[in-house]
Design a protein around this ligand. Structure first.
Ligand code: ADP
Ligand code: ZN
Ligand code: ZN
Length: 805
């Protein structure tokens, strides 16, 4: 019998194989593919009319029962269609890595050695006789008894402190035996969940819970079949009622609303649920709250899990031993049967978009999956994406609001410190006069990316200020921190830029040090004494003299977190300071460790990048300071203002969550910018209104559908030629009437026009409707040859991009 097999290769099609007796869709198979062997998934019966003699047989069937349940397969098909990605690649992304490991087609199931009592000793006299003076053996035997008759050998040796001879002694006496048992690896089982809190719901929380529970009881909305259809979907399609946008200001108690919904769906209805968080190591408290409420029903799909642990968690969910999956982006694929709810916390976060193929957005996938399953989908945020906001305003999603913080606590007042003001008495002024950096992104492409501007703009450097003698900590912020230290309260400081100096510049000729592989400036890391590229990780020693003019007058400009840390320590020598950014969190559990210290009050000042802005809930934090609000605001990307607004609002929301209240101090050179003004006023709606206007000319989402097509390669002329050919191919498609309503903008070099030695050009496709846009993209991928003979050229399609850099 012939079957179609999806393989994880970058080719937009499936492949036909022969298999004795057939195989169900969703079954894993090992197949020959050219000189290689690959693991793929049977996705359906083979194409009619394929010549039997040319079809190869599958090497082996790897699953007894299909590893991909039908609903997941259907979801993956939708993703493959919508995001224009090969189905095999989507399946590989959706399933645990061990399932597509060709080197080990049969994923190892880990067994553990167990010591198990085989003979009971009911009387004390018997025990005295048998053990005599072997008191450790007796202790071990009684320990085993006390924990149910068996224990893992490793546990007995490492935790309980018995020696090997003691264990062997029990075996020799015929009291116990060694056996093997399959063990689930769950690193969280050893972490005590925090005590469960009980609160009376606020009226706003109650209203939200009632709406959600009501929908869950009605079966979530349209259910299977509904309006679902390839190309018309992406959550903004028609129908529904199953998708809710929960807009609640920071500290309004959104987590409790999620928990109450799960009490209904999982607790009372016995169904399953998925909770998505932007990054699990940054939201330990949210995760802990779910564990406190639902205990063993929860599987935490932590990014620090080994592949084996991940696979264990996956199997526990697949068997129904655990009903709630909590995890980042890929948890949207958790194998949960009878799904009742999907929660997308902080739905605006860019981490929900995968940056390589398949470039799916977990929020959109969640909406589709919920719709297919008849589940309730809740998108929660204090600063919703404009896409979700627009869908809520037009009634495609139902809007639920928590307009106030719990317990009558006010949102913290926000104070602006204008960095342009001269004469700030300040700590740690960044040296160096002179004009703004030559590496600036200053072409002002902003919302005009793709229209032919932006060539060579070195995003990443000079996009913030930091130079020009501006203070790191201006006097008002220094005062505010000093006050907190005196009172024993905590401070959070944000600077969304790591390293010591974002770029090095020659004061005489203005040259800026760039990466040789990427068109971005190199960041100076002081502790390591290296210049580092944040895109390709290239490193080199810092320069002593200028390569161009030989001058020794170099300035290290654009402060990063490392420099802020130094300034803070110099200014407040007795304060306990912790820094959290990519450079301090390389260990598997290091986030956990830093946040634990903050929670226990062992840290006075926590400073870091956007990592510290997420869901942290520390009542002792009464001050939040933003070192430079303007980092990122001028990036040549249409979402730059939105991101700035979201980041600042989120970090501001860390202040004043306890009874002592709190305040926010924002240092900026752009106090008049609408994003910053909206943060000061805590006014999301004002921001959204203005931003929606900004995105009308040229038009950007949510006013229309967008796709970014990027061509890259090592030879710039070849890239340019290929991207021009691809763009005109699409223009031809439009002229032929095959892509109604689709418009092409560009091509142009990407704002960062070289990464890892590859030149990058792009063009944009805009359309009113998702359907024709999707069809045009699929045609482009399948029918347009990318310039034969140039093997290193690549074409990437990014649908609903979250950034255009
Ligand atoms: P958000 O996610 O909306 O920022 P959280 O869910 O983190 O807010 O809740 C903020 C704090 O308020 C948490 O410490 C939580 O335990 C507490 N909380 C939530 N609901 C209530 C309530 N009804 N009464 C009192 N405290 C509450
Ligand atoms: Zn020079
Ligand atoms: Zn580089």
């Amino acid at each position: 019998m012939l079957v179609e097999v999806a393989l994880p290769v970058p080719v937009p099609r499936t492949f036909t194989y022969r298999v004795e007796g057939g195989a169900e869709a969703g079954t894993r198979v090992l197949v020959p593919f050219g000189p290689r062997r690959l693991i793929g998934w049977v996705v359906g019966p083979g194409a009619e009319g394929t010549a039997l003699d040319r079809v190869k047989p599958v090497t082996r069937i790897l699953d007894d029962a299909p590893s991909v349940p039908p609903d997941l397969l259907r979801l993956c098909r939708w993703i493959a269609d919508y995001y224009v990605a090969p189905l095999g690649q989507v399946l590989r992304t959706a399933l645990p890595a061990v399932l597509s490991d060709t080197a080990r087609p049969d994923p190892p199931v880990r067994t553990h050695r167990i010591l198990k009592i085989v003979r009971e000793l009911p009387s004390l006299r018997q025990r005295d006789e048998i053990f005599g003076r072997a008191q450790r053996q007796r202790a071990c035997y009684e320990f085993l008894e006390s924990i149910g008759g068996s224990a893992e050998v490793a546990h007995l040796l490492e935790r309980a402190g018995f020696s090997r001879p003691v264990l062997q002694g029990l075996v020799d006496k015929g009291l116990a035996v060694f056996t093997e048992a399959v063990v689930e690896r769950d690193p969280f089982s050893t972490v005590e969940p925090p005590p469960r809190q009980t609160f009376t719901l606020t009226p706003a929380q109650r209203a939200a819970v009632e709406a959600l529970v009501g929908a869950a009881r009605r079966g979530g909305g349209v259910g299977v079949g509904g309006s679902f259809g390839v190309g018309s979907g992406s959550g903004t399609g028609t129908g529904g009622g199953a998708t809710f946008l929960l807009r609640g200001v920071t500290g309004s108690g959104k987590t409790l609303v999620y928990i109450e919904l799960l009490e209904e769906v999982v607790g009372r209805q016995g169904r399953g649920a998925i909770v998505l968080v932007p990054e699990i190591s940054l939201t330990p408290q949210t995760v802990a709250r779910f564990r406190a409420h639902f205990g063993d029903a929860v599987a935490v799909l932590h990014s620090a899990l080994s592949d084996g642990e991940r696979y264990d968690a996956w199997r526990a969910l697949r068997r129904g031993d655990r009903r709630i999956a909590v995890g980042a982006r890929s948890a949207v694929f958790a194998p949960i049967a009878d799904l009742g709810a999907i929660i997308v916390d902080e739905e605006h976060e860019a981490t929900y978009k995968q940056s390589e193929a398949p470039r799916y957005h977990a929020r959109e996938v969640a909406i589709i999956r919920a719709r297919l399953a008849g589940a309730v989908c809740v998108l929660g945020s204090a600063t919703p994406s404009l896409e979700s906001w627009e869908n809520a305003r037009t009634g495609k999603y139902r809007l639920l609001e928590l307009p106030e913080r719990v317990a009558g606590r006010p949102l913290p007042p926000v104070r602006i410190v204008d960095l342009r003001g001269a004469g700030h008495r300040a700590a740690g002024a960044v040296g160096g006069a002179g004009a703004g950096a030559g590496a600036g992104s200053g072409t002002g492409t902003g919302t005009g990316t793709g229209t032919g501007t932006g060539a060579g703009a070195g995003a990443g450097a000079g996009t913030g200020s930091g130079g020009g003698g501006r203070p790191i900590l201006a006097e008002p912020l220094v005062e505010a921190i000093r006050d907190r230290l005196a009172k024993g309260e905590q401070t959070i400081l944000l600077l969304n830029r790591r390293g010591y100096a974002t770029f090095v510049q020659c004061r005489d000729c203005g040259a800026v040090w760039h990466c040789r592989q990427c068109n971005v400036s190199l960041t100076y890391h002081r502790a390591r004494r290296r210049l580092v590229c944040h895109y390709c990780f290239h490193e080199e020693p810092p320069p002593v003299t200028c390569d161009h003019c030989g001058s020794g007058d170099l300035s290290f400009r654009g402060a990063g977190t490392e420099q802020v840390e130094r300034t803070v320590i110099e200014t407040f020598p007795t304060a306990r300071v912790a820094r959290m950014d990519v450079d301090t969190t390389s260990g598997k559990w290091s986030h956990h460790e830093i946040l634990g210290r903050v929670e226990r009050g062992e840290v006075d000042i926590l400073l870091g990048t956007q990592m510290i802005a997420k869901g942290l809930d520390f009542p002792g934090v009464t001050l939040v300071g933003v070192i430079n609000a303007d980092v990122g605001i001028n990036l040549p990307d249409f979402r730059a203002s939105e991101r700035t607004f979201q980041l600042l609002t989120q970090v501001a929301g860390r202040a004043g969550r306890g009874p002592k209240g709190g305040e926010v101090v924002i240092q900026t050179a752009l106090p008049g910018h609408y994003a910053i003004r909206a943060v000061v006023a805590h006014d999301f709606e004002a921001f959204a209104e203005r931003e929606l206007e900004e995105r009308r000319g040229p038009r950007y989402p949510p006013h229309l559908r967008l796709a970014n097509v990027i061509v890259s390669g090592t030879v710039e002329e070849a890239v340019q030629e290929a991207v021009e050919a691809a763009a005109s191919w699409v223009r031809g498609l439009i002229a032929a009437g095959e892509a109604p309503g689709v418009e092409v903008t560009g091509p142009a070099p990407c704002p960062i026009d070289r990464i890892r030695g590859r030149w990058r050009w792009h063009f944009l496709l805009r359309a009113e409707q998702a359907g024709p846009l999707g069809r045009a993209l699929r045609q482009l991928l399948v029918r347009h040859p990318l310039r034969p003979g140039r093997a290193d050229l690549r074409l990437a399609i990014d649908r609903d991009p979250v950034a255009l850099l």
